[in-house]
Write a protein that binds this ligand. Structure first.
Ligand SMILES: [Ca+2]
Ligand SMILES: [Ca+2]
Ligand SMILES: [Ca+2]
Length: 288
């Protein structure tokens, strides 16, 4: 009996230490060290502050308003969860095109796994029109798409071949209520998530008939149309991201302001933009 209580005490001590080791902001108590739970404010699904949804009724208010982002390690897999403000629907019957049970949303989860200056990519995937700082270059990007893996992979081959080693197409992608869920093998990320990893999520819309320069993304134009966002430009200088995360990832009003500032900083005059003409988006490092 005595040895059993000592064992229990040791076990509680070990568990207690484990919880302390999991830094604030990274996850709720008791979760594994690499788990992440971030919040994004509502009402900022307007990019730099003035983007408008396409006019077709399938783009329901809140469809692209990111509210939460979670990374949940489970054994040798990792579950990514993105929650938006409206119920996720399947108005285009994704089963008919080998899809994943939803239609209008798309998202890119960028991950900085080494936080080493100059290591990784600073460009966004084709059609996102954003850039990252060299000291926050991303090493992996998980593509959340309603399109089946064959379609996503063929788009990556055709349009982002030089980034292919960094692209992760989930084993399973599905929707539940207001949440998009993607299950990825940890090996595809180079291992289980670590407390030092950084994240940035770009909310986009699935475009089944994308432009040749767009990786399944929907364009933002000067004026909104039936299937086009408005409030940007008719060129590829404006960030084609409707909502993004901003540090510290707690959902405060300051993050609405900082998102609008970050996504406003692009060169509207550059009709054939160089990388430095594009808006710079930050990484969030929840464990630091
Ligand atoms: Ca939001
Ligand atoms: Ca544009
Ligand atoms: Ca946001």
């Amino acid at each position: 009996m005595r040895s059993f209580s000592s064992y229990s005490a040791l076990l509680s001590l070990a568990l207690g230490l484990g919880t302390v080791g999991c830094k604030a902001g990274g996850a709720s108590g008791g979760a594994s060290p690499g788990s992440v739970a971030l919040t994004d404010p509502t009402g900022d699904d307007n990019g730099p502050g003035n983007y408008l949804y396409p006019t077709d009724q399938v783009y329901k208010p809140g469809s692209f308003d990111l509210t939460a982002f979670e990374v949940v390690p489970k054994g040798d897999t990792v579950e990514f969860r993105l929650t938006v403000k409206s119920r996720i629907e399947d108005p285009w019957d994704s089963k008919a095109w080998g899809g994943n049970g939803f239609s209008v949303q798309m998202a890119f989860i960028h991950i900085d796994t080494d936080h080493a200056p100059g290591s990784g990519a600073t460009t966004g995937l084709p059609g996102t029109n954003v850039r990252f700082a060299p000291e926050e270059a991303w090493d992996k990007v998980v593509i959340i798409s309603p399109q089946g893996p064959t379609r996503v992979n063929s788009e990556v081959d055709a349009k982002a071949n030089e980034l292919k080693a960094k692209v992760v197409v989930p084993r399973i992608t599905r929707a539940a209520g207001r949440t998009l869920i993607a299950i990825v093998d940890a090996a595809q990320l180079g291992g289980l998530p670590q407390p030092g990893w950084g994240y940035q999520v770009l909310m986009q819309s699935n475009e089944g008939f994308p432009d040749k320069t767009d990786l399944l993304t929907r364009k933002v134009n000067e004026f909104e149309g039936q299937h086009r966002f408005g409030g940007g430009t008719d060129y590829d200088n404006d960030p084609h991201a409707i909502d993004i995360l901003m540090p510290p990832g707690k959902g405060g009003a300051d993050e609405v302001k900082s998102q609008h500032e970050a996504l406003s900083k692009y060169n509207k005059e550059a009709t054939s933009p160089a990388p430095e003409d594009l808006a710079l988006v930050p990484m969030i490092y929840p464990g630091q």
